[in-house]
Design a protein around this ligand. Structure first.
Ligand code: FAD
Length: 457
């Protein structure tokens, strides 16, 4: 027997049958995340853990044999974070998906493989609400959300995943399981280690349980859809609203993304609009009417050519669905490089103008959608992967968009994480001192560098 075969035998015998996969065909679907960027390696094995003890056993085995561990939720990530590296152990949490609602403390106790949608549904059965809502909420796991500190459409009012994480169980690089935080609304005992793990993209530990804060379900929602002659006018409207209120949603689609959606699935959107804003208010009582009126006025003042207001939830959801669909629609146009850059909200117009200038300079198409209310944009560079010149121009544009965000005091990623796709630009944003500090933290928690090597750092 070779050393590898021997080691795999040891792994198999330490876990129940069916937990360890080693056949290339069976492992194929665990290799890439959604972005397929950069290309992934081939795992040595995939462990589909059923409980925390199995996660510990797998990590202990990996540590003993110096095998890299790539944690994996649902693989909907957009930065290559759960892409396999050659010879790794991919640790899938998909089978650990229990959700329990504690109505007395108003928390959800969730295993990492449960989908975001399942937590929302379980909370709703008790009149409660789990706000973080990535567009992918039907296909992404809570473990992945915690590991990327996922955002979404309602962050502008409700914040991001970390704002709802009260506790986690984490398996460390040596297989130790620690519990950080708990069902306590207030708790400042010790260093804030819990927050260190949220957004660490599987590089510091593997989340095996999360305790998530729930809030009372909001009441009815008003939806506004406004068309603008230009992206600049729409961005100016977002800034004007942001100075006055926090809507529960403020999403932007530019003309190219509106047209991509209409080509993909016709929804009656205005193909001639320079940009579209989809905004919502879920403020209680009369405040909702006031917020809707304020937004309508701000949109008109910024030059909106049309504003449509509805209190009908189904009609409102139709427009939100169009926005959620934009990523799939743009994906259908060719190969893509997906950005996640953000800037302080008042600089949103400058960021979007920079993106347009970069598209022009490199002769590439960059349809853009944005969680505009919190300054987080998704310029999507579309290119022809079969054409070397198109690929080179797309790559250059991708780098320039991140550089432009950094130059504006913004970020290379607002919610998707650095993963493997954006790590080249991280030092430019953080600078040498913060990079060195990040490296010290990583080395302290994972001295042998087995956890998700090549992600973030
Ligand atoms: C159509 C579409 C729309 C999207 N919209 C949004 C959006 O609006 N907002 C947003 O934030 N994201 C969005 N995403 C990106 C993606 O859904 C999120 O990043 C999500 O949080 C990833 O969850 P996952 O379970 O798929 O994780 P994966 O892709 O499997 O993994 C993501 C990262 O988390 C790590 N990881 C996964 N589980 C664990 C764990 N239990 N412990 C430790 N590390 C772990 C992985 O190693 C990897 O680094 C979108 C994706 C798609 C395809």
């Amino acid at each position: 027997m070779t050393t590898t075969t021997h080691a795999l035998e040891e792994l198999r015998s330490s876990l129940p049958s069916g937990v360890v996969l080693t056949e290339p065909d069976a492992m194929e679907k665990y290799r890439h995340d959604w972005s397929r960027n950069p290309p992934a390696g081939m795992p040595l094995a995939v462990v589909r853990a059923e409980n925390a003890a199995q996660v510990q056993a797998a990590v202990r085995w990996a540590a003993a044999h110096g095998v890299p561990v790539v944690p994996r939720g649902a693989g909907s990530g957009l930065s290559g974070g759960s892409n396999a590296v050659d010879g790794c152990l991919t640790l899938s949490l998909e089978r650990m998906n229990a959700v329990e609602i504690d109505t007395a403390t108003r928390v959800a106790v969730v295993e990492p493989g449960a989908f975001n949608l399942e937590v929302k549904r379980a909370a709703a059965e008790h009149g409660l609400f789990y706000p973080p809502d990535p567009s992918s909420y039907e296909i992404c796991s809570i473990g992945g959300n915690v590991a990327t500190n996922a955002g979404g459409l309602c962050c502008v009012k409700y914040g991001v995943t970390t704002d709802y994480v009260l506790g986690i169980d984490v398996v460390l690089a040596d297989g130790t399981l620690v519990t950080l935080g708990g069902k306590r609304i207030k708790d400042v005992a010790g260093l804030s280690l819990l927050k260190l793990f949220v957004g660490s993209e599987g590089t510091l530990g593997i989340v095996t349980r999360a305790i998530l804060r729930l809030v009372p379900a909001p009441g009815p929602t008003s939806t506004l859809v406004a068309t603008f002659p230009t992206v600049a006018a729409a961005a100016a409207a977002v800034v004007a609203v942001g100075r006055q209120i926090r809507p529960s949603m403020m999403e932007l689609m530019d003309r190219a993304s509106v047209n991509a959606v209409e080509d993909f699935r016709p929804m009656g959107l205005d193909r001639d609009a320079g940009a579209l804003l989809v905004a919502q208010s879920d403020a209680p009582g009369a405040a909702r009417v006031e917020e809707a009126a304020l937004m309508e006025q701000a949109f008109l003042d910024a030059g909106a050519t049309g504003v449509f207001l509805t209190d009908d939830p189904e009609e409102g959801e139709m427009f939100v669905a169009a926005r959620r669909m934009s990523f799939h629609a743009i994906e259908a146009r060719g190969s893509i490089l997906l950005e996640d850059v953000g800037a302080p909200v008042p600089l949103l117009p400058e960021l979007l103008a920079e993106v347009a200038a970069i598209a022009e300079r490199h002769g590439v198409e960059i349809p853009t959608v944005a969680h505009a209310g919190d300054g987080n944009t998704h310029p999507i560079v579309v290119y022809d992967a079969a054409d070397a010149d198109s690929t080179a121009r797309a790559r250059a544009a991708f780098d320039d968009v991140m550089a432009a965000a950094i130059a504006l005091g913004g970020t290379i990623t607002g919610e998707h994480g650095v993963g493997r796709a954006k790590k080249g630009a991280l030092p430019d944003q953080l600078g040498p001192d913060v990079m060195a500090l990040t490296r010290r933290v990583k080395d302290a928690l994972d001295p042998d560098g087995i956890l998700n090597p090549g992600a973030i750092l």
